[in-house]
Design a protein around this ligand. Sequence first.
Ligand code: DXP
Ligand SMILES: NCC(=O)COP(=O)(O)O
Length: 237
Amino acid sequence: MTKLSVNINKIATLRNSRGGDVPNVVQFAKDAQRFGAQGITIHPRPDERHIRYQDARDLKPEVYTEFNIEGNPITKFIDLVLEVKPTQVTLVPDAVDAITSNAGWDTLKHKDFLAEVIQEFKSNGIRTSIFVDPVLKQIEGAQATGTDRIELYTESFAKQYDLGNKDAIKPYVAAAELAGKLGLGVNAGHDLSLENIQFFKSQIPNLMEVSIGHALIAESLYLGVENVIQMYLQKLK
Ligand SMILES: CC(=O)[C@@H](O)[C@H](O)COP(=O)(O)O
Ligand SMILES: NCC(=O)COP(=O)(O)O
């Protein structure tokens, strides 16, 4: 079974666009879980342009499914994660000015840094995952860091699938197979949608979790949040 973790960054973006507290991100997380989401993902960025660090603290008591916090492990982020103690932390090498995540880790170049941070999170009982491109040497490098899981960065798959190129799945299949052999759990995310999720899932049998935000919220504008979450759950069976 593949778990659906709903990324609620976009709910915070909408809230922040007017100041105030509409929509309320904690209420949205509670409702998403009630509608069947098996996890809640947030990705606070240093400028707090969508999810704020305080949101992570406010969400903690209300998230009874898997709580996944993603981000670049700068000191402020590490401190937040150690305070909130989510189920999982996903390390993403974001540049400060990136509009959204746009690359996986170079796990070979940053091995020592990642190993140190991962050890700290794991010793605090937090499962770790690192965001990587589907490149075999990066998967091997990920294992050397001691991480529990990887999150495959799916933007290139999503783009190519949209253009009709189903072969774009091939590097992901190879990466997931290698990760499985190396004892790493496999998550995936970025630009997954109702259009591409079923095919992606069908090709990656050891897919443990997907985190989906941008498309899921956009689809919900037309189809409704409860309905959309149920549609993803059907496709992830
Ligand atoms: C790690 C990843 O794939 C991103 O999709 C991210 O979690 C979303 O971040 P933004 O909402 O800031 O685009
Ligand atoms: N880790 C990926 C994520 O949380 C959501 O990415 P997206 O669906 O907003 O592209």
